[in-house]
Structure formats: C-alpha cells, structure tokens
Design a protein around this ligand. Structure first.
Ligand SMILES: NC(=O)c1ccc[n+]([C@@H]2O[C@H](COP(=O)([O-])OP(=O)(O)OC[C@H]3O[C@@H](n4cnc5c(N)ncnc54)[C@H](OP(=O)(O)O)[C@@H]3O)[C@@H](O)[C@H]2O)c1
Length: 292
C-alpha cells in the first residue's frame, strides 16, 4: 500500500493516477474540502484527514509500505512543510514496515536562504529523513510546468504576461508528468535509493522565454509586464504591518523570484539515466494540455 499526501495537488494527483494505472493499492490523504472525486473514481482508497493533526498522520500510516510526501503548505510552512513531514517520518519508523519514503523538496533547499520558510523547512526535513534509517529518495524540483497552465490560459485570453524581477534569470521547469513518473519509480529503481536528486526539465530557460513559448503556442505576440523586484519588497513591508505570517510566506516567494533555479546538463543527463526516460520540454508539456 502507498500513502500519498498532497494527493489533490499538481504532483500528488498525477502520482495517484499513475499508481492506479499500474494497479498499485493507494491511500490518498485528502482533506474533507479537497476535490478528490476523480481519485476515488480511479480506485484510490480515500483517507480524509488534516496534516496538521498528528493523530490523522499516525492513522494514515498504518499498514503502509511506501510513503510519498507531496503536500504543499500555503502560508503555514512550520505546520505543513516541517511538522507534518517529521510526523510522517516518525510514524513510518514506528510502524516498522515502511520500505521507502519519497520526499518532494525544492531545488536550492541547501543554499541557506534565511528568509524563505519553505526552503528552511525542506532542508530540515531532508536532514531528518537522511538520519532516520528509512530508505529514501529526495527529489528537488525547480519549477513545475503544471503551475504555468493557469498563466497560459490567462495569456490566451489577454496576451499579457507578468514577469516580476530579472527576465534573464535561468530556470529549468520540469514536466509535472515526468516528475510524477520519477516519484513513482523512485521506490523501485535501485539507483534512486538514498539519493538527493535535483530535478528540472531538459533545457535551461531564461524566465523571458516563458511568454515567448506562450506566444508560439497561441500564435500571439506577448505583452510582458516586468515590474522590478523592489515592488514585492514594498508589498511585504506593508503586509507585515497587519499580517506577519503572510509577510514571512512572501519571503519564500521573493526568494524564488530573486534567484536562479536550474539544473546543469550533467544533472539532467544523470536523471534521465537513473530513471531511463527522456524528459519533455516545457513547450511540449504545454502543447499537450493546451492543444488549440
Ligand atoms: N509548485 C512548484 O513549482 C514547486 C517547486 C518545487 C517544489 N515544490 C513542492 O512540491 C510539492 C507539491 O507542490 P504542488 O504545486 O503540486 O502542490 P499544490 O498543487 O499546491 O498542492 C498542495 C496539496 O497539499 C494539500 N494540503 C495542503 N494543506 C493540507 C492539509 N492541512 N492537510 C492535508 N493536505 C493538505 C492540498 O490539499 P487541498 O486540495 O485540500 O488544498 C493539495 O493536495 C510541495 O511540497 C512543494 O513545496 C513545488
């Protein structure tokens, strides 16, 4: 039995689909408010709970051999990115039957960004998992292609693209379908065991390439709005006056905008070799989903 957290999210939903296609038994951890009908329809076993509740995590881990942690955190990194994953690891150890733990971290988790709660939580969980004695695979993706789908749809309607910060910053966006496959294969591929792997797409893009790709897909010249990064700083300062938690969460967002997140060609070649796949380009992913 596989336990998948975040199973209604961009990665988790694809992981559950793939496991169901491969006729594996899956327990999908969802919230009562989550949109989980499709997963149930595909044959996943639905576990309703809240990852902020230790008891729910302990119960969900019973009888599970593989744990795949893909949940996100909104603006509560301490409870979800950190505590929930620590509890998942502790519960996995306590059951004594978990054979592999797959954790979705983030590219750059090891760079010591002080002002980015998600990065700090991911790093701390990585270290805890490595020391746990469990078999593990830690995948560190850069951007996910599925995140760009709503932006592409907005572009189709308006021709506009909002690009905050330096348009020349490099990024390697991974197909979320490729990532889901790597997640699922991590538990069986020997070379992925006890590894921390940077994950990106097959090409290093500049952030300004993204509206160009949208433009090609929709045969429309992009209009790029490019506000400077200090506007985010202004917003953060204003927000901090009445919502300090949101201000901290914006620290992660600012870190993502201010830095480069890309994999080297060697890292991508290594990834393709380990998982025996040919990674798809961002343009290909978007074309498949947005076929016009
Ligand atoms: N997005 C990126 O570009 C990116 C890049 C690098 C790493 N990552 C990491 O990849 C992982 C998945 O990202 P994603 O974009 O696929 O996530 P996502 O689409 O934002 O999904 C988040 C998932 O977490 C669930 N969740 C949130 N709070 C929960 C709670 N209290 N109890 C139970 N479930 C809860 C959500 O359930 P609901 O459906 O109920 O909301 C949803 O299924 C995250 O760990 C993220 O940090 C993402």
């Amino acid at each position: 039995m596989y336990l998948v957290t975040g199973s209604t999210g961009g990665i988790g939903r694809r992981v559950v689909r793939l496991l169901c296609e491969r006729e594996r038994r899956v327990r999908a951890f969802v919230r009562l408010t989550s949109r989980y009908g499709e997963l149930e329809h595909r044959g996943a076993n639905i576990f309703i709970g809240d990852l902020r509740q230790e008891k729910d995590i302990q119960k969900a881990c019973q009888g599970v051999q593989y744990i795949i942690s893909t949940h996100g955190s909104g603006n509560d990194s301490l409870s979800l990115d950190y505590r929930a994953n620590i509890e998942l690891i502790d519960s996995a150890k306590a059951t004594g039957v978990v054979q592999h733990f797959v954790f979705i971290s983030v590219l750059g988790a090891d760079r010591g960004y002080e002002d980015a709660p998600v990065f700090k939580a991911k790093r701390a969980v990585e270290q805890y998992l490595k020391a746990s004695g469990l078999n593990y695979t830690i995948l560190r993706p850069s951007g996910l292609a599925s995140n760009l789908l709503p932006l592409a749809e907005r572009f189709r309607d308006t021709g506009l693209y909002l690009l905050v910060g330096d348009p020349k910053n490099r990024t390697s966006i991974v197909s979320t379908d490729d990532l889901a496959r790597m997640v699922v294969d991590s538990v069986t591929v020997e070379a992925a065991r006890d590894q921390i792997l940077p994950v990106g797409g097959p090409e290093i893009l500049l952030r300004e390439d993204i509206p160009r790709i949208f433009g090609r897909i929709f045969s429309q010249e992009p209009v790029v709005i490019n506000p400077p990064l200090f506007m985010i700083d202004g917003l953060r300062s204003a927000l901090g006056l009445f919502n300090p938690q949101e201000q901290k969460a914006l620290g992660t967002f600012r870190t993502l905008l201010a830095n480069e997140f890309f994999c080297t060609n060697e890292e991508i070649t290594n990834l393709e070799r380990i998982f025996n796949l040919k990674l798809e380009t961002l343009e290909n992913f978007l074309q498949r989903y947005l076929a016009v």
